[in-house]
Every structure is written in structure tokens, then in C-alpha cells.
Write a protein that binds this ligand. Structure first.
Ligand SMILES: Nc1ncnc2c1ncn2[C@@H]1O[C@H](COP(=O)(O)OP(=O)(O)O)[C@@H](O)[C@H]1O
Ligand SMILES: [Mg+2]
Length: 315
């Protein structure tokens, strides 16, 4: 369904002294129809940048993205628009996708109108909206309200209805529930799962929360400073994490206090190899408990067991 090959992205920052920062350093993965790939990693590692690049809201610096076999980087504008409606992004803040001056009904139906798939105020349009709200669990009375008059969970349901109106095949969800209360969070996550089953969609599910990612994903990709450093079936990555960074994340869920104590000690055991060139060395070497001479050159992803890849010399 979707395939990313060696994606790189740099931003230029600074006003007087321009600098390039490389946020994605060659990211590759595939996602099949009906499958969820979870993307986890600490804040700032590049998850949201990747999410936007995949749905073509941000241009790439280099690399290729294939959607149903078509190379998105070489599509013409008209074709791109058609394809883009089949790939949708859900963000943390539902308000961002819902116009505050429009009633929920109009918010949901807006993409259909834009794509000329429904006639404003027609019976057919109403019937589509009724079906959509049934799928996402909203009530007809919500349709006449404005987004600020419904709860965060209901707003995220409205966003889902809006997205589903275009019958997407691939959804990227970037921390879609991190602003919601825990109980509402679970409802929305389950709804996302139900919808996926119903329509056989591919998901890229992004979160800094490994527990949430575990609940949602068939496979998990762990990102660290712009690289995927471990990827594989969820149960393999979580029960048999190989990369020291993944190990520390997993330890964090099992025993957050112990992990905190450990990480506060970690700085003292920094390696004796600090004359390494930053971008040539393994990006985790400064925090890694197992750092060794060989880590001065960056390890590539290697298959350690079927479908489980790790970028560590000691994998
Ligand atoms: N438009 C931008 N211009 C410059 N730097 C950016 C821009 N967007 C993101 N970044 C930087 O890229 C890095 C990754 O950000 P992001 O993808 O939002 O991470 P995450 O979602 O994992 O928290 C951060 O260091 C951030 O400051
Ligand atoms: Mg983010």
C-alpha cells in the first residue's frame, strides 16, 4: 500500500546565521492494507515531520514515496490531488481540522463539496453524513453545533467522519488522542481500530507513548534522532527489544521509577570516544551503556530475526 524509501528532510534555521538541520536521516518502511505501523520515539526525534512528509504536506529533501505502486514524488498535480484525498492525516488537536465558524454538519461535508462529490443541501448529502456519524458514533444533534460546543472526544469523532467521507486508504494519525482524557482516549483508539477493520485501511500511528502504540500496532518502528533504529512485529520489539534505546523505552513502561533513576546516573558513564564526528557515529552513542569503539561508525538496520530489524552493532 505505502512504501517509503530513504526519506531525508533538512530544515534551514537561523535568521542571520543560516544552518541546515537534518531532521530525517534516511527513513524507510512499508505498510500493507489493513495494517498499522506504530511510530514511537521521544519528542523532537522527527515523528511529526515524517507524518507530514508521508501525506505530502511537507516537501521531501530526498527519497521516494510509493502509494499503491505509484511514485508520489513524480505525479502531476491533478493526479496528486486525487491520490492525496486517499491519504489523510489526523492531528492531536481536532480544532485544527474543524472550522470554528462552521457547524459540525458543514465541517464533515466540506471535503465532499470541495471534491464535487455532494451537492450542497441535497438529500444524498444528508444521507452520507448520517451514515458517517453512525460509523464514528456521533448523534444527529451534534451536527447543528459548532466545534467549541462539543467535547474533545466528539470533535475527534467529527474529524474522523470528515476524513472518512473521502474513503481514504491510508491514514496517518499523529498523537490523535494525547490531548484527551484517558477514558475518552481508549474509546477513540478502539474506534480507530474498528474503522480500520471495516474499511481495510493502512495506518501509520504516531505517538511518544509506547503503551498506546503497543495497543494499536501490528508492527512498531522506533525512531531516534531522525533514524529508525528498530522495527518489527510489536510483540517482538516489546518482548525482545534489541537496541539499547528500545530497551530503555520498554523499561520505562515496566518500571518508570527505576528508569528515571538510571537515566539520571547515565550521564556520568559517557564514553571515552567523544572525539567522534557527530554524524558519522551511531546517534545513540552518547547515551548508550554498551558503547564501544565500533560505534564511531553508524550502524545500518540489519535483520536479526525474520521481519525484525535493528541498527546496532551488538544487535
Ligand atoms: N518547520 C521547521 N523548521 C525548522 N525546524 C523544524 C521544523 N519543523 C520541525 N523542526 C525540528 O525538527 C525536529 C523534529 O520535530 P518533529 O518532527 O515535530 O518531532 P516529534 O514529532 O518527534 O516531536 C525538531 O528538532 C524540530 O525543532
Ligand atoms: Mg510530534
Amino acid at each position: 500500500m505505502i512504501k517509503a524509501e530513504n526519506l531525508k528532510k533538512s530544515f534551514t534555521t537561523g535568521i542571520f546565521r543560516k544552518r541546515q538541520i537534518e531532521v530525517l536521516k534516511g527513513v524507510s518502511f512499508e505498510i500493507q492494507a489493513g495494517e498499522t505501523l506504530g511510530l514511537v520515539g521521544e519528542s523532537g526525534c522527527g515523528k511529526s515531520t515524517l507524518a507530514k512528509i508521508i501525506v505530502r504536506l511537507l516537501p521531501l529533501s530526498s527519497g521516494k514515496i510509493f502509494f499503491e505502486g505509484k511514485d508520489l514524488t513524480s505525479l502531476k498535480t491533478s493526479e496528486m490531488q486525487k491520490t492525496r484525498s486517499k491519504m489523510q492525516l489526523i492531528l492531536q488537536h481536532p480544532e485544527a481540522a474543524l472550522n470554528p465558524r462552521m457547524k459540525i454538519y458543514d465541517c464533515i461535508v466540506e471535503p465532499l463539496r470541495i471534491h464535487g462529490l455532494a451537492e450542497k443541501g441535497s438529500k444524498e448529502e444528508r444521507a452520507i453524513v448520517e451514515k458517517l456519524i453512525e460509523v464514528v458514533g456521533l448523534q444527529p444533534e451534534h451536527l447543528t453545533r459548532y466545534s467549541k460546543e462539543i467535547s474533545g472526544g466528539q470533535a475527534q469523532r467529527a474529524v474522523l467522519a470528515r476524513i472518512l467521507s473521502l474513503e481514504p486508504k491510508f491514514i496517518v494519525a499523529d498523537e490523535p488522542t494525547s490531548m484527551l482524557d484517558v477514558s475518552v482516549q481508549a474509546q477513540i483508539l478502539n474506534l480507530l481500530k474498528d474503522i480500520q477493520k471495516k474499511f481495510n485501511m493502512a495506518y501509520l500511528f504516531v505517538s511518544h507513548d509506547l503503551e498506546v502504540v503497543r495497543w494499536m500496532s501490528d508492527r512498531i518502528a522506533v525512531m531516534y534522532k531522525g533514524n529508525i533504529i528498530e522495527i518489527g512485529r510489536s510483540e517482538k520489539v516489546l518482548e525482545n527489544p534489541i537496541h539499547p534505546y528500545t530497551k530503555s523505552l520498554v523499561e520505562n513502561i515496566v518500571n518508570p521509577l527505576k528508569a528515571m533513576k538510571k537515566s539520571s546516573k547515565k550521564e556520568k558513564t559517557s564514553p571515552a570516544f567523544l572525539d567522534w564526528k557527530d554524524d558519522a557515529a551511531c546517534s545513540y552513542c552518547i547515551s548508550c551503556p554498551n558503547v564501544h569503539q565500533v560505534c564511531g561508525s553508524k550502524p545500518q538496520l540489519q535483520e536479526v530475526e525474520t521481519g525484525h530489524h535493528v541498527a546496532c552493532w551488538f544487535g
